[in-house]
Structure formats: structure tokens, C-alpha cells
Design a protein around this ligand. Structure first.
Ligand code: SF4
Length: 362
């Protein structure tokens, strides 16, 4: 067995400096999988408490596979990108139904699990089964770019596969999972995006960017795509007597496959208002706007509240709902608990505007 100098130093550093995260206490395949999926696009500060809550309520892959949508949404709220939870559950169902509840072991076997991509597969295969496969996330790209003083494009697909090759060459035969975790940990805590702590770095001697004083340009900045401006209306159907609001499984448009308030393009707003008017629902626009950014879209939005009138219930069968082409899967949720059930930051902003408006009105 061989272990290169970089790996040796990195592992020694990791043994004494890694953060004691809940899923690191003992190797557990299910926990590793859940925490990896949660950590994609969500900060650790948010993930840690949500992870503990999630595995407390759904302690095994069988529990996750059998979990109903409502409970899953609740356990995922605050983490964003709800599609990840759905994928996780689909993967759990596949493992329970097709593999009799046995987790795969090898990287290429994990790739066959619905919703499991190369990154997640490499994390599980290396951490839980010691497979020598490289994990490359944004932190690892940064560390490798600096170690090798790479100031060319590392973000394109060819750049990413070059980084993958570099990491694969560095990864030792012993403790490949710990090595991967150590690279990610170093990027997250020492080789930070700004103000890296080079004086504390175990790889300082090997680092080309440090030696040549070019850390700021390694890696180069990610190319930015121009954002497109989008105007939306969020529809709040409000049953005032019960103080409940309607939330739906959005099936199309922005934030499709997430749970929240129906969203309509601003261009269709006048038509929607006409429909509501013809059906005698009270309606009013909130005076404040919300703004939100989703990948390459800069959203500005208004909130249209449609108040249910007596003897004219809003249901999926109601003419209003049909005419507006709104999602069929919707629920009335009490205002007192709705905040914990909204799955996206945009919906939380919309709800906050409504709350503020109500507070001022009362
Ligand atoms: S020496 Fe500095 S720039 Fe180089 S890997 Fe370490 S922390 Fe990163």
C-alpha cells in the first residue's frame, strides 16, 4: 500500500481538526446518504439540526420509503430545493422494493439508484465502503486549483474532469473516504474562498499558488450568466373564517415540483383577476413587492390575495380553480402552522408579506 506525502499530511491534519458533525460519529450508509443530499446547495448551519430531526423521525431507509408527502415536506422545510427530498425518497423506495432494503456498495451500483448522481455515489462508496473513487465538490476544486496553481477554466466540464483526474491521482490506497472528507473539510475551513488560512494549512509546502503568490486567481471566478428579469404574481387563497391558506404542489413553471403558493406570470394577472371578479371572490393586491433570485432568474413579484366568499368554496373542482389552470393537488393549511410547511424561500417571503400586511391591518 502506498500513501503519498500530501495524503499523509492531510489525513493527519483531518484526524485532529475535523468538525464533529452528527453523521461523522459512526459510519452509517443511510446517514451519509441523507446528509450528502441535504448538504447540496444548503449550508451546514441549516443542515445539522434538520439532519438530526430527519433521522429521528425516519431512522431507516424503510421509514423514508414509506414516508408520506406531507411528513416529508415538513421534515425538509427550510432546506430548500424540495425536489432533492423527492429524489431521496424515490431512491429509498428503489432500494426497498428492488434490492430488498440492501444498500449497494460500489460506486457504479449507486449510480443506478434514482436521483443519485456521481458526486453522491462517490461520497457513499468511498466513505462507507472504502472504494478509491474521488469526490469533487466546489471546495475540492478550489483546493486542487490552488495546490497546482490552476488559473485556467476549471469550471467547464473538461476542467472538472481534469480536476477529477488530479484528485484520483492523489487519493491513497488507505482511507480513501477519509481522504475525500479531508479535502472537502480543508476547503471548507482552511482553504476558504476568501482569506484562506494558509499559515494553518497542512499542504502549504506543496501548494503552488502559495509559493507563487497567485492564490487570488486560483481558481478563476465562475463565469456569471446574465440574469433574466421575471415578474410573477403569487396567489394567496385565503379562507378567512378558518384562517387557512391554500398551498399546492406546483406542477409547472417556476419552482415546479415544490409545495407552496400558486405562481402565475404577471402577464396573466389581469385575466386571473377577471376570473376571480366574475366569481365574486374578494381580491386585493398587497402593497409591498417581493424579490427573489433563482439561478439565472431575477424575480420580482406581487401578492394577490383572493378571499373566499361565504357559500362559494374554493376547491380544485371550483370554477375559479379550473379556469385558472391551477395545480390539482392543493390543501388548506392553517396560518398558524403554514410557515413550517412552506418548502421554498420565495414562499416564505410571500407569506411574510401577508403576515406584515395583516399585522398592520389589525
Ligand atoms: S496553502 Fe493556502 S492556498 Fe494553498 S492549499 Fe493551503 S490554504 Fe489553500
Amino acid at each position: 500500500m502506498t500513501i503519498n506525502k500530501c495524503a499523509e499530511k492531510l489525513l493527519a491534519w483531518y484526524d485532529h481538526n475535523h468538525r464533529p458533525l452528527p453523521w461523522r460519529q459512526k459510519v452509517n450508509i443511510y446517514h451519509t446518504w441523507v446528509c450528502e443530499v441535504m448538504s447540496q446547495q444548503t449550508t451546514l448551519a441549516v443542515v445539522v439540526p434538520k439532519f438530526s430531526e430527519f433521522v429521528k423521525h425516519l431512522p431507516t431507509v424503510y421509514d423514508l420509503a414509506a414516508c408520506d408527502e406531507e411528513k416529508l415536506r415538513q421534515l425538509w422545510s427550510g432546506l430548500g430545493y424540495y425536489a432533492r427530498a423527492r429524489n431521496l425518497k424515490n431512491g429509498a423506495k428503489f432500494i426497498v422494493e428492488q434490492l430488498n432494503g440492501s444498500f449497494p456498495q460500489l460506486y457504479h451500483e449507486w449510480l443506478k439508484i434514482p436521483g443519485c448522481g456521481p458526486y453522491t455515489a462517490s461520497v457513499i462508496a468511498s466513505i462507507c465502503f472504502n472504494e478509491k473513487v474521488a469526490c469533487v465538490d466546489g471546495n475540492v476544486v478550489r483546493v486542487v486549483s490552488r495546490l497546482l496553481a490552476l488559473s485556467d477554466d476549471v469550471w467547464s466540464s473538461s476542467g472538472q474532469s481534469a480536476i477529477q483526474t488530479h484528485v484520483a491521482q492523489m487519493i491513497p490506497d488507505v482511507r480513501p473516504g477519509d481522504f475525500n472528507q479531508a479535502m472537502m473539510e480543508l476547503g471548507a475551513t482552511v482553504c476558504r474562498k476568501s482569506k484562506p488560512l494558509c499559515l494553518l494549512c497542512p499542504l502549504q509546502e506543496q501548494c503552488q499558488a502559495f509559493a507563487h503568490n497567485c492564490i487570488e486567481i486560483c481558481p478563476p471566478k465562475k463565469p456569471r450568466h446574465d440574469a433574466v428579469d421575471v415578474e410573477l404574481f403569487a396567489l394567496l387563497f385565503w379562507r378567512k373564517t378558518a384562517d387557512t391558506l391554500a398551498v399546492a404542489n406546483r406542477t409547472k413553471g417556476f419552482l415546479s415540483n415544490t409545495f407552496g403558493f400558486p405562481l402565475i406570470p404577471a402577464i396573466e394577472a389581469s385575466q386571473v383577476k377577471k376570473v376571480l371578479q366574475s366569481l365574486q371572490h374578494l381580491q386585493f393586491e398587497l402593497p409591498s413587492k417581493f424579490s427573489h433570485r433563482i439561478t439565472h432568474h431575477r424575480i420580482s413579484g406581487k401578492v394577490l390575495v383572493a378571499q373566499e366568499v361565504e357559500n362559494l368554496s374554493i376547491t380544485t373542482e371550483s370554477v375559479a380553480w379550473q379556469k385558472l389552470g391551477l395545480p390539482q393537488d392543493f390543501y388548506w393549511v392553517s396560518r398558524s402552522v403554514i410557515a413550517s410547511k412552506l418548502s421554498t424561500a420565495l414562499d416564505s417571503k410571500v407569506f411574510k408579506l401577508f403576515q406584515n400586511y395583516q399585522d398592520k391591518a389589525s
